[in-house]
Write a new protein. Sequence first.
Lengths: 281, 356
Amino acid sequence: MATAAMGRPGSKGDLPILLAPVTALLVLVFFVPLSFVLFYSVYDNGLTAKAFVSLAKSTLFLRVLGTSFDIALSATAVSLLLGYPIALHLARQPPRRRALLMILVLLPFWTSILVKSFAFYIILGNQGIINQALRWVFGEAAAVKLLFNRVGVIVGMSHYLIPFVVFPALASLLAQNPDLRRAAQIMGAGPVRIFLRITLPLSMPGVIAGGLMSMVISLGVFVTPTLLGGKADMMMANLIDFYTRDTLDWNTAAAIAVILLALSGILIAMLSWVRRDDGVA
Amino acid sequence: MSNSQGFKKLTISRRKLLAAGVGVAAAGPYVIVPGRALGAQQIVFVGYGGVNQEWYEKLMVAEFTKDTGVKVIMSSGPDLAKLKAQVMTKNVEWDIMTMSSGLAVGAEREGLLEKVDYSVVKWQDSIQPSRECTFPFYTYWGGVAFDPKRFPIDKVPKTWADFWDAKKFPGRRGLRDRADEMLEIALMADGVPPKKLFPLDMDRAFKSLDRIKPHVAKFIAQTPQTISLVQTNEIDFSYAFAGRVDAAQKEGISMDFVSGQPLIISTFIGVPKGSKNREAAMKLMSYFARPDMQAAYGNALPGNGPIARAAMPMLSGKAKSMLPNADDPQTAFVDMDWWADNFAEATKRYKQWLLG
């Protein structure tokens, strides 16, 4: 759409006008509040960096930072492992069927995260579907703990993240020239070799983009770990909430938010760098 | 994923919008009414919602409106950060709010509440003291919730020492994910007499908590889960409130409650600093201090008790049977003054302990 508009003579001059409403909106609802957060992170009765200094020495903060990355990385890894085969399968479908299947991939987005978390109680719980089946097959002792621990968190988060991984990967897969694979086949390469030497390497930009995206999203998560996780599954967002609402220490809360923003910013910068080289997305 | 918070905010802001709309609509006809005694036509009440708030509305609020003609707009979601933001920006939308003890302590310490006008609020002899900027108006209490179908009463821990004894009382425990109330029961479990808990010995409390930690299946963030996780057989013994168990029983859920060492907690009420309708709000607060109102509230919601001693004889048999005796040596109270000074430190340490 943007390209079509740009293509019309004289339309380049329209661009600022067309972008004005969204810019105004972003300034008002995004940049202004964000600058308040930045300001509070260095202001507490005068300019100070004490929040950052005390965070650097805070065991609580450093542990939560570690846990956040731990959870974000595992959830991303699981999402990639589960999402890539889906993307591969989708890439091989005729377009009509693919469109239908893509809707299925998007289904998780149609339900509230709260409702989904409670649905996971029914599936993963001690009296849940999985454990009842295990007990029925292997006896009373076979039940496994899937809820209120890291397993629950990863299951809940991957369920949400998979679409974010599938679509960039699918874009990369669809952009590949099928002649490459055909040429390899003619030269005698088997399907495994073709996948490892052609399909997978060429789809890496999509995979990396999807992975970075799900990292950024997971770093900001807090509902899923609270509802499905155990005592040690605390995220940065939970800590911000704690400092904001429980102790009213907005200086520290803002400092954590700024650190989280900076970390996500680095990941997003990497994302746009991957995308630029990619030429797909 | 972090959107559920947004969802909550949306509901509240919709309510606020509604409230504002009603305000504008209602202001019209009232403008010409020459100065009502309280200088307000309507005030905004904010509470935690649910069945408790329905009863404030039916009892204290209804009586207040009948006497004064001042309308009360009921809204929900008291929050310390939102209160601070309103006071800071001098844009105070709430005129009167109910608060958990933690919120009340924080709001008072941060200077976010008006001083209570005790010439309007008639404070009477009570089981808990009133404070400068806020006062408690009902109590609730913590003990152990369990499913009587799964556990006969002799297999259920009654004291906190029992609760900590996983050998004698095997079962998965549920505790809360915050320090308040947990430090108190940890100390009782370690043998501190309920009437001598304060000042809390934090080191001792955390050492005691270390012992129970391996037996805790979930540190619960949301109060409703203290019941629902027992119901769904995720945990066996949960730190829960009597009133919640009574409500569950009324719904036909198999649930029971026992507490050999009740921990009594209070809910508070106060007026945000800079409320535009301070006088009317103070007047409404006085209804929450009335013994007859507190008794009616306790009768409506057994497991919740009055603060004023004069309200006790007005309680029904059922309501009485579901309240601990405040003067019993085994009954403990949460001490607000200690928490006012130590909330931040204790809570940070608790969160850190959870991660360790």
